[in-house]
Ligand binder design. Structure first.
Ligand code: SF4
Length: 345
């Protein structure tokens, strides 16, 4: 290690990782950042549906945005495919919803370690604050994460460093421990004071969000796992869970109803191989029909399609149900509010 150590920042993009970066920059540490895409950031899910972006396009845009905001090179790495395996049976369990936070931290820190080794850097830093998050940022969880990711002594959390065991860089005097911070707890007061002190005016809200902590998303995810036990998850399916209205018509059949033009186009573009329903000659949603639908399910799906379109007040509506070249036209009465309530996931 020379007298100017190099740190690899695990950058979430939120205020805490920005503050941690500035604290270390002010100490003269050489820095490079890495931001991982796990596919569950609400922004990236929306970009895929509403802006028709691919993951490489999202990564490139994010890389430019973060590098400019943080004033260091921030590489963006897409781990969305690999990340899905964590959702099968996370060793440390789930948080309140389907967020496997401790396994997620370990997984990402291991990835950051690989980058650290590749870059011949000396340590990894994060913007974590002791006691800020119930599942992953209490002392025991932070220690477990550090140990299981193989980062003991080389994982620096500048915002809470004085409350934690010193890292090797601190012990060797390469980083002045006295100039690190002792922030803890859930209040954001100190971080906001620091933001003002550092002249920061634009930064993301804490954590930037993760769809896995959303209870509506969790309900749809659990329904999917129940209906397709053992099936391999795909990133596209995870995006679909965040899009449209989801209704379970029977144990076998689920439908997803587009809520606007962009969602309808996304269904036609990415789910065009599925069975799709749409009203004939009337504006309305595109509907994906998933599972082994029987005739009764097709009629229910057609009734929901009619209900969410401009024919909702008509006694009967013609609905096309199509798979590839095969098409049938069903004539149905729009579904009732009670039916929608009963089927909504
Ligand atoms: S909230 Fe999401 S991204 Fe954050 S640690 Fe938990 S699972 Fe990972």
């Amino acid at each position: 290690m020379d007298s100017n150590p190099t740190g690899i920042g695990m950058i979430s993009g939120g205020l805490d990782s920005l503050l941690a970066t500035i604290v270390l920059k002010n100490l003269g540490v050489r820095l490079r950042g890495v931001h991982f895409l796990n596919g569950f950031a609400p922004g990236s899910m929306k970009d895929r549906v509403y802006r028709k972006m691919s993951m490489p396009e999202i990564a490139a845009e994010k890389e430019a945005e973060l590098s400019s905001l943080f004033g260091i090179q921030v590489d963006v790495v897409d781990l969305s495919d690999e990340f899905l395996q964590l959702l099968d049976a996370p060793r440390h369990g789930f948080g309140k919803n389907i967020n496997p936070c401790i396994d997620c931290r370990i997984f990402l820190l291991r990835k950051a370690k690989e980058i650290m080794i590749g870059e011949k850097a000396d340590f990894i830093y994060t913007g974590e604050v002791l006691g800020q998050r119930p599942m992953s940022q209490h002392l025991n969880a932070m220690r477990a994460v550090e140990k299981e990711s193989g980062l003991q002594g080389i994982l620096l959390r500048p915002l809470s460093a004085k409350l934690l065991a010193p890292t090797i860089c601190e012990k060797e005097g390469l980083i002045d421990r006295e100039r690190l911070l002792d922030i803890q707890g859930r209040t954001r007061r100190r971080q906001l004071e620091l933001a003002e002190e550092f002249g920061l005016s634009s930064f993301q809200s804490p954590g930037g969000g993760c769809t896995l902590t959303d209870e509506n998303y969790a309900r749809k995810f659990i329904d999917l796992r129940r209906s397709q036990a053992g099936a391999v998850l795909t990133v596209e399916e995870m995006v679909l869970l965040s899009t449209g209205r989801h209704l379970r018509l029977s144990p076998e059949t689920k439908i997803v109803v587009g809520r606007n033009q962009e969602e309808n186009e996304y269904f036609e573009d990415k789910w065009g191989d599925s069975i799709l329903a749409a009203a004939v000659d009337l504006p309305g949603p595109t509907v994906i029909i998933q599972g082994g639908a029987c005739e009764e399910d097709f009629l229910k799906a057609a009734a929901v399609t009619a209900r969410y379109g401009q024919g909702k007040d008509l006694p009967m509506v013609k609905v096309s149900v199509k798979k590839g070249e095969e098409e049938k036209i069903l004539e149905v009465a729009p579904a009732s509010d009670e039916d929608l309530e009963r089927w909504r996931i």
